[in-house]
Design a protein around this ligand. Structure first.
Ligand code: ZN
Length: 87
C-alpha cells in the first residue's frame, strides 16, 4: 500500500513537473517576440541626428528620395534647409 502511494506521488510530481517544464519552454518564445518589437528598424534623423524607430518617423518624399524625421519640426527644418540651398 505504501508503494502505491509512493507511485501516485511520483506520478503527480511528474505531471506537475512536465507542466512546469512546458511553461518554461514556452517562455523564450514570448521573449523573442518582445525582442522583435523592441528591435524595430532604427533610422537617423538627418536634421538633429537622433535615432528613432522607423515606424514612428515622419516621412518625406523629396527630390526622388524618401527621408525620415523624428518629428514634423525636423521635417520642416529640413525643407527650409533645402530651400536655402536652392537659392
Ligand atoms: Zn529630429
Amino acid at each position: 500500500m505504501k508503494l502505491l502511494i509512493l507511485i501516485a506521488l511520483v506520478y503527480l510530481a511528474y505531471r506537475v513537473g512536465t507542466r512546469w517544464l512546458k511553461r518554461t519552454l514556452q517562455m523564450p518564445r514570448e521573449d523573442r517576440s518582445a525582442d522583435a518589437y523592441i528591435d524595430d528598424v532604427m533610422v537617423r534623423d538627418p536634421v538633429c541626428g537622433i535615432h528613432f524607430p522607423r515606424r514612428e518617423g515622419v516621412e518625406l518624399q523629396h527630390g526622388g528620395k524618401t527621408y525620415l524625421f523624428c518629428s514634423t519640426a525636423c521635417r520642416d527644418r529640413f525643407l527650409k534647409q533645402q530651400e536655402e540651398k536652392a537659392d
